[in-house]
Design a protein around this ligand. Structure first.
Ligand code: AHM
Ligand code: MG
Length: 322
């Protein structure tokens, strides 16, 4: 394998891979720069007294961690300064951020700036998630411009801050993983041409929710339990990343407490659904393809069954009684 300095960098890769999407490099490099800064903050958080809660509750009714806010501010800054992003939707911000001034191509980015809130204070893997759309020709961007189905994404990306920091980028052509060289601050190709393995050794679900699942969903999870080993970090990005590389399925179905599911459609399910499909996997609510949902609200929730295509289909068939 080439040494770090000889590998293709993220910037070189996107310049080649962007296809017709002029300006996409600037959006991806803004995500990479934000991730580089957040990785440093995450590493240093306990030492700089930036762990813990802000005392605020976000639009989801969830307690906001100080690193949630810092990550949101960082990515809003880097994306706004890219010159290519017209609007940003963010888990931590109630209304869309419409970027002022002339924006060249007008990308729309929806993001969960720091996923895995319950793991932030305990040194367990967390991440960031991004769905990327391009504005419709001639469109003047407003709040409704963000409500686009996942099947119109032009790219999606996520970053895992784990034992190493890995950025995975899916475009129409490819899914590729890049590892951060913390000395140079650059991301370089380490996981080319990712395809989700045909083998499915793992299932990832919160087994504590079993008692609040309906009967068909209990049967579907029981089928996974009987066949596969459980791995559950509790950070969607980390669970998805393992399953993408090693083979597996993630399930956060609807339950009696969360009839619309737990995870968010626009900046969790859609981007990871796009990555999964581009890598040969699938994403479903249990009844419908995630990427075909016509969104009603920026912060809407969805049930999510995600990963190995055959196993997603088998699971969905039990949930939906098909
Ligand atoms: P967050 O975006 O506030 O961090 O919440 C999303 C997280 C996912 O990362 C994870 O899959 C899920 O919520 C865990 O939920 P639970 O603790 O109910 O298992
Ligand atoms: Mg999240």
């Amino acid at each position: 394998m080439p040494a770090a300095g000889q590998r293709t960098t993220l910037q070189e890769y996107v310049a080649r891979d962007k296809g017709q999407n002029q300006g996409l490099e600037a959006v991806i490099m803004a995500i990479a720069e934000g991730a580089r800064r957040i990785q440093q903050q995450v590493q240093q958080a306990a030492l700089t007294d930036t762990l813990g809660v802000t005392g605020e509750v976000n639009v989801q009714g969830e307690i906001v961690q100080r690193l949630d806010t810092a990550s949101s501010d960082t990515f809003v800054e880097t994306l706004s300064q890219s010159g290519q992003v017209a609007a940003i939707g963010c888990e931590e911000i109630e209304d869309p951020v419409i970027v002022e001034g002339e924006v060249a191509n007008g990308y729309i980015v929806l993001m969960d700036p720091l996923d895995g809130s319950s793991n932030i204070d305990v040194a367990v893997s967390i991440g960031s998630i991004f769905g990327i759309w391009i504005r419709r020709p001639g469109e003047i961007v407003n709040d409704d411009s963000l409500l686009r189905p996942g099947n119109e994404q032009v790219a999606a990306a996520y970053v895992v801050y784990g034992s190493s920091t890995v950025l995975v980028l899916a475009t129409a052509n490819n899914v590729c993983g890049f590892t951060l060289d913390t000395e140079s601050g650059t991301f370089a190709v380490t996981h080319p041409n990712i395809k989700i393995p045909a083998d499915c050794p793992y299932y990832s679900t919160n087994e504590g929710n079993n008692k609040v699942l309906d009967e068909p969903t209990q049967r579907a999870i029981g089928m996974l339990r009987d066949k596969y080993s459980q791995r559950y970090v509790g950070s969607l990005v980390a669970d998805f990343h393992r399953n993408l590389l090693k083979g597996g399925i993630f399930a956060y179905p609807a339950d009696t407490n969360r009839k619309d599911g737990r995870l968010r459609l626009m900046y969790e399910a859609n981007p990871l659904g796009y990555v999964a499909e581009q890598a040969g996997g699938a994403a479903s609510t249990g009844y419908a393809r995630i990427l075909d949902i016509i969104p009603k609200e920026l912060h809407q929730r969805t049930p999510l069954i995600l990963g190995n295509k055959d196993v997603v289909e088998a699971t969905v068939s039990v949930i939906s009684g098909g």
